[in-house]
Design a protein around this ligand. Structure first.
Ligand code: NAP
Length: 285
């Protein structure tokens, strides 16, 4: 039987690095640090080696289909599959950023939603039975939902939403921002929140699609790490190790756990985002 393997995206620092640390201690198989920058990735490996942990490294930029394709080939050739995928890589413009909102919308949705989606589309065929997939989303996503028009809320929460429909909605957000009419169309003026809501909705769509899959017991969930002191949010009260706890919990759900499936979790508990009010007024500051 091939060796089991776990991949964490954006894991050269922050919550991703902490997720690798915990998986090295608790996952029975090889654990991969991936980073868009090879030097930063190798430094992370060196730092973890000092803790007597021995992850491996592979380059991965989630916004590059070529880079994703190389990782896929590598996993196929060396492991014949994949057992744990933690989609942690993400970006957030600082609130003080002066970058035009059109750029913030395109780049945030491009990386956080489409980058995550492209990794999934490439790597899902490699998932073995009993695999676990975790997307690191954010409560910013459900807060963004609370700022959206009714029609959009209904579409994004629909139990029949398909992947092409969700892709169209995320593209619509970016094009409405470019046209300057996003607020009239019911979108919030919040690129990061909208991109993470896309990830939360994607989780539900992907989990539904798994229902008809011949591979047994593949669980796909997403989570909010809480407010974590990293380069993204230096004021966060949690340490990266604490922020990684829900991702790690979901990545290590026992064989045949059955649930959660397609859910959004915080502090290891399901946040019922399909119901009005749930998670929609969480104040991160
Ligand atoms: P971070 O310290 O800024 O780490 C983000 C990681 O993602 C870095 O390794 C970064 O690599 C990587 N990354 C960015 N773009 C990438 C790309 N195109 N391809 C591959 N990797 C890429 O932030 P963090 O706080 O640990 O965030 C981890 C996840 O948690 C993110 O998805 C974030 O949205 C989410 N989150 C964080 C908080 C919080 O309070 N910190 C709250 C809610 C959700 P580089 O080093 O090359 O930039």
């Amino acid at each position: 039987m091939s060796k089991r393997v776990a991949v964490v995206t954006g894991s050269n620092k922050g919550i991703g690095l902490a997720t690798v640390r915990a998986l090295c201690k608790n996952f029975d198989g090889d654990v991969f640090v991936t980073a868009r920058d090879e030097g930063r990735g190798q430094q992370a490996i060196k730092d973890l080696e000092k803790e007597n942990l021995h992850p491996k490294f592979h380059q991965l930029d989630i916004t590059s289909k070529e880079s994703i394709g190389k990782l896929k080939e590598f996993l196929e050739k060396n492991y014949g599959g994949l057992d744990v995928l933690v989609n942690n890589a993400g970006i957030a413009y600082k609130s003080a950023s002066t970058a035009p909102f059109t750029e913030q919308a395109e780049v945030s949705v491009g990386c956080n939603f489409f980058g995550t989606l492209d990794v999934c589309d490439a790597l899902f065929p490699l998932l073995r039975p009993h695999s676990r997939v975790v997307h690191v989303a954010s409560r910013a996503g459900t807060m963004a939902l609370g700022k959206m028009g009714k029609e959009l809320v209904t579409k994004l929460r629909s139990s029949t939403l398909t992947q092409p429909e969700l892709i169209a909605l995320m593209n619509q957000f970016v094009s409405d921002v470019k046209a300057g009419n996003h607020e009239a169309k019911g979108w919030p003026a919040w690129a990061y929140g909208t991109s993470k809501l896309g990830v939360i909705a994607l989780t539900a769509v992907q989990a539904r699609a798994m229902t008809g899959d011949s591979r047994e017991d593949i669980l796909i969930n997403c989570c909010c790490p809480g407010l974590v002191a990293t380069d993204m949010y230096p004021k966060g009260p949690k340490t990266p190790d604490q922020g990684a706890e829900t991702s790690v919990y979901l990545a290590l759900l026992p064989v045949n756990a059955g649930k959660p499936q397609g859910e959004f979790l915080g502090e290891k508990k399901v946040i019922p985002w399909l119901k009005d009010g749930a998670g929609m007024n969480f104040n991160p500051l």
